[in-house]
Design a binder for this molecule. Structure first.
Ligand code: NAD
Length: 278
């Protein structure tokens, strides 16, 4: 995989770029331009989802890019209303069709919906998609360790990835530890805390000034040095470029410790144990 972003190796031996481009809240008609800008800037991993409504725009940018398919890593996610074995297979076909692809690199269950008790059947359909080579890797999103445990006990393929909300204000120690024990890669959504107060925290600004970098670059670097996969989102070309220029400097132990001290266990998004939206 030729890219300026180094890969991590998933538990099935597949390489995944450690930094990708997220497209949540990018309207379908703007996704093509945003993804095109990201691919030009050197991103090779794109994170979309059925519920984002922009798989078509994302697929158009991929098709027009001229980047060989084997050099791309495309993730999409199964929406909640499609959980269940047969409905998952149907929803996957729809996603592939919208993306204009023959396979995805990673397919994720978007939320566990524990009250419904359908994620095991859903994941069994994921195992079929993996066996058929149509999803090169399979995983989950927003699963707490207790959900992962239930899943692992009932199915054959350990998820390659769990994509969870993770940023300096929500450092997810218990999940990260459990993932490490099970060989599951931790992927951070909202890695920049959605760009709100986090990038104005004095400790982060001070570290940014020390390295001659931006606060966003410092936060992304913190994730990378912890071993997280990150998928920052932006539609602003200068920020899209800025967010990938994070492989030519390092934070020192003191910087990492200062950022790690910012944990408040504070979520921006919903609690996965409670979310039951379809
Ligand atoms: P993020 O932490 O990536 O923040 C994005 C926002 O930060 C941008 O809209 C912009 O306002 C700001 N920003 C970006 N780059 C910046 C820069 N260099 N300087 C200053 N501000 C900057 O938040 P996100 O979009 O919520 O998360 C990233 C991706 O994670 C999403 O696009 C999506 O792909 C994924 N995601 C997944 C789930 C899930 O349930 N699995 C949920 C939310 C997001």
């Amino acid at each position: 995989m030729s890219s300026k972003v180094p890969p991590i190796i998933l538990n099935n031996g597949v390489e995944m770029p450690q930094l990708g481009f997220g497209v949540w809240q990018v309207p379908d008609d703007e996704a093509e331009q945003a993804v095109t800008t990201a691919l030009e800037a050197g991103y090779r991993s794109i994170d979309t989802a059925a519920v984002y409504g922009n798989e078509k725009g994302t697929g158009k940018a991929i098709a027009a890019s001229g980047v060989p398919r084997k050099d791309l890593f495309v993730t999409t996610k199964l929406w909640n209303s499609d959980q269940g074995y047969d409905s998952t297979l149907r929803a996957f076909d729809e996603s592939l069709d919208k993306l204009g692809l023959e396979y995805v690199d990673l397919y994720l269950i978007h939320w566990p919906l524990p009250a419904r008790g359908t994620f095991v059947d859903t994941y069994k359909a994921f195992e079929k998609l993996a066996a058929d080579g149509r999803a090169k890797s399979i995983g989950v999103s927003n699963f707490l360790p207790e959900h992962l445990q239930t899943l692992i006990e009932a199915t054959a393929v350990i998820p390659a990835v769990n994509q969870i909300e993770l940023h300096p204000h929500l450092q997810q120690h218990a999940s990260r530890e459990y993932h490490a024990e099970q060989g599951i890669a931790t992927e951070a959504w909202s890695p920049l805390g959605q760009g709100k107060g986090l990038l104005e925290v004095p400790a982060i600004i001070a570290i940014a000034q020390k390295h001659g970098r931006t606060p966003a670059q410092v936060v992304l670097r913190w994730h990378l040095q912890l071993g997280n996969v990150v998928i920052p989102k932006s539609v602003t070309p200068s920020r899209i470029k800025e967010n990938i220029e994070v492989f030519d400097f390092s934070l020192d132990t003191e910087d990492i410790a200062a950022i790690s001290a910012l944990n408040e266990d504070r979520r921006i998004g919903p609690d996965p144990a409670a979310l039951d939206m379809v």
